[in-house]
Design a protein around this ligand. Structure first.
Ligand code: AMP
Length: 284
């Protein structure tokens, strides 16, 4: 696996692939890699001539400085894991390399409604930071296929919108890969490393309540079902719930009354101790 820390060196390596129309698959990450991340690399390897992974803990997408400071870092282990999947290229820039003109946000991405709800509402500025880093990475790597995890459902919608704002819809295919879970149902996440032993045991309550909602949901009023499950999360160790919501799968507009037909997604963000976990599940 080739490892590049400099943009110009990575671009010199990629240029012959781009000019010879070889297909490039790209999976951007923030490191502390787990099987979920590696599944994106596996998917990319199946259909591209070159697979690029990036690891960059992007400071501009952290609305909470403590979350940024405590973000787990395990570069040596990450490199070894990527090598086991025969990832071709790892891009490992530092902050100056990514933001030579500084980290201030000089541009506003007009994401519309999706930025006003859920993580857009609870993490102000987060998706602007995501767009800032992803736009830069896409311009550097110029992938044909971009691999993202459904684990970050709203982020996938934001990046789809970013690609449209860049006028790159014909240039990049977005490939959304299934969420990989631990045996007890907890969605794999780098942030799980920050859970204490007890918190880790309790953290799968999100998945348990998702399964229960999926089993019980029927057309009509949804509020009671959500309230019962919010209580379940609190009784099972969660300290604070930012949201437990059912929304239209294509727009993220929340719905309180379901017609039994609309495609819907269940989304949650909740704190266990100091760690904020997110998850989602398509319900139909
Ligand atoms: P992150 O390093 O958390 O920024 O994630 C990098 C990419 O991996 C994003 O596209 C995530 O959606 C994806 N990802 C994170 N966790 C999982 C998971 N459990 N299963 C599949 N993909 C994931």
């Amino acid at each position: 696996m080739k490892i590049f820390t400099k943009v110009t060196e990575l671009q010199s390596y990629l240029n012959p692939f781009i000019s010879n129309s070889k297909s490039i698959g790209f999976a951007p990450t923030m490191g502390a890699l787990h099987e979920g991340h590696l599944s994106l690399i596996e998917e990319s390897k199946k259909s591209n001539e070159l697979t690029v992974c990036s690891i960059f803990v992007n400071p501009t997408q952290f609305n909470d400085p403590k979350d940024f400071e405590k973000y787990p870092i395990s570069i040596e282990q990450d490199i070894a894991l990527l090598a086991t999947k025969n990832c071709d290229v790892l891009f490992l820039p530092n902050v100056t390399e990514m933001y030579p003109n500084g980290t201030q946000k000089s541009k506003f991405y007009d994401l519309g409604f999706i930025e006003t709800v859920l993580d857009g509402a609870y993490r102000p500025g987060h998706f602007q930071g995501v767009c800032q880093v992803v736009e830069r990475l896409l311009e550097i790597v110029q992938p044909n296929n971009l691999y993202l995890g459904q684990k970050d459902y709203q982020q996938c919608m934001v990046i789809q919108k970013l690609i449209a704002l860049m006028n790159w819809t014909n240039k990049i295919n977005l490939k959304i890969c299934a969420t990989l879970r631990e045996k007890d149902g907890l969605a794999m996440s780098s942030r799980n490393l920050r859970l204490s032993i007890d918190e880790r045991k309790q953290a799968n309550a999100i998945h348990k309540c998702f399964i229960s909602i999926k089993e019980k949901i029927k057309k009509g009023e949804l509020n009671d079902l959500l309230l019962i499950n919010e209580s379940f999360l609190i009784e099972n160790g969660f300290r604070k719930i930012d949201y437990l919501t059912i929304a239209k799968a294509d727009t993220l507009q929340s719905i309180n009354n379901w017609d039994g037909q609309q495609k819907i997604v269940l989304l949650a963000a909740a704190f266990i101790g100091e760690v904020r976990l997110i998850d989602n599940m398509l319900l139909n």
